[in-house]
Design a binder for this molecule. Structure first.
Ligand code: TRP
Length: 333
């Protein structure tokens, strides 16, 4: 049998997943599970690094994220879905990795830097937050992952993982961990419905996979377009116009989108008409997701049972890796 690369990916359970997650990596995972051995991790430990005062929020969202996974078509028989905190070997490996990275290096991680600014920790950045990329390296390498489907904001995490992999193999003179690459989405990043750079769970600008049809209508109708396009007969701008950005990503009828674009630019096409078309397109994407989600949501006990089963499988893999780590580090007494 050909050697398959191993996929490891995951999400923080701090809220329900949205369309940004869908185009960023969920769609990819649905495809990868047919060709790769795939692990999908519900990153509750990482979620706590900036929500440690709200354990109930993290707890509740583990089920929500699992439901979102099932809803988009992640098949728990094909993918091993597991809960991060139930694999103590990840935390153990992270402790050993911490010797191989400097505090300075952690402070230079661009994603962490950004998040620290956004979250306004000020001078009081929790050490757990600063080191989460090291923990993430442990997530990936505990299953010897080689491929990580993520959005491009996660590239610094992959880079830091590879630095750790190289250091570990060199210092302990083993070839235990393979290098990791990102499987980036071919879609551009999805902006929020307010037209800002990024759709975010708590930014108030997200279209959630679980949003009911009437909520989708409301959100699309409130979407950012061209603020200078006031009267229908005015020519409108399609660059930076969120409705057209979404149509580019989600509409399959390219010819119709091209027609709408030139009509909009010429003048004579109102925002509401374009938005109605986008609603139609999005409902077609979201309707089957919503239906599947509602079906699984009827039996949360069964969903959690499936997640625990996946966790059991992942734990076995993690135990084996840790045994090799301990032996490489002469911790095998
Ligand atoms: N950092 C990711 C996020 O914020 C979640 C995550 C944790 C992850 N561990 C991972 C993603 C390992 C890929 C691989 O969404």
């Amino acid at each position: 049998m050909a050697h398959k690369s191993i996929v490891l990916t995951g999400d923080r359970p701090t809220g329900k997943l949205h369309l940004g997650h869908f185009v960023g990596s969920l769609q990819q995972r649905v495809l990868l599970q047919d060709t790769h051995e795939q692990f999908v991790m519900i990153a509750d430990v990482q979620a706590l690094t900036d929500n440690f005062e709200h354990p109930e929020k993290v707890h509740e969202n583990v089920l929500e994220v699992a439901l979102d996974y099932l809803a988009v078509g992640i098949d728990f028989k094909k993918s091993t879905v597991f809960i991060q905190s139930m694999i103590p070997e990840i935390a153990e490996l992270a402790i050993y990795y911490l010797n191989l990275v400097t505090v300075n290096r952690l402070q230079r991680n661009p994603t962490v830097k950004n998040e620290i600014n956004q979250k306004a920790f000020g001078e009081s950045v929790p050490a757990g937050f600063l080191m989460y990329p090291v923990h993430q390296a442990a997530d990936i390498t505990i299953v010897k992952g080689t491929l990580v489907p993520v959005g491009n904001d996660q590239l610094p995490m992959i880079e830091q993982t590879n630095e750790l992999v190289r250091s570990f193999n060199r210092i302990y003179n083993v070839n235990l961990f393979p290098e990791v690459s990102a499987a980036l989405s071919s879609s551009p990043r999805l902006p929020g419905i307010d037209g800002t750079g990024k759709m975010g769970k708590s930014a108030g600008n997200a279209l959630f996979l679980s949003d009911e049809a009437d909520v989708v209508v409301k959100k699309v109708m409130s979407m950012y377009t061209d603020p200078t396009h006031i009267r229908v007969e005015d020519p409108g701008c399609i660059e930076g116009n969120t409705v057209f950005t979404y149509l580019d990503i989600f509409a399959t009828d390219r010819v119709h989108v091209a027609d709408l674009k030139s009509h909009y630019q010429r003048g004579g096409l109102g925002d509401v008409k374009v938005k109605r078309y986008l609603i139609e397109v999005l409902q077609e994407v979201l309707e089957p997701i919503r239906k599947r989600r509602a079906l699984y949501a009827q039996d949360p006990g069964e969903v959690m049972r499936m997640v625990l089963q996946g966790t059991h499988v992942a734990r076995e893999v993690a135990r084996n890796t840790m045994q090799e780590v301990r032996s490489a580090m002469q911790l095998n007494y």
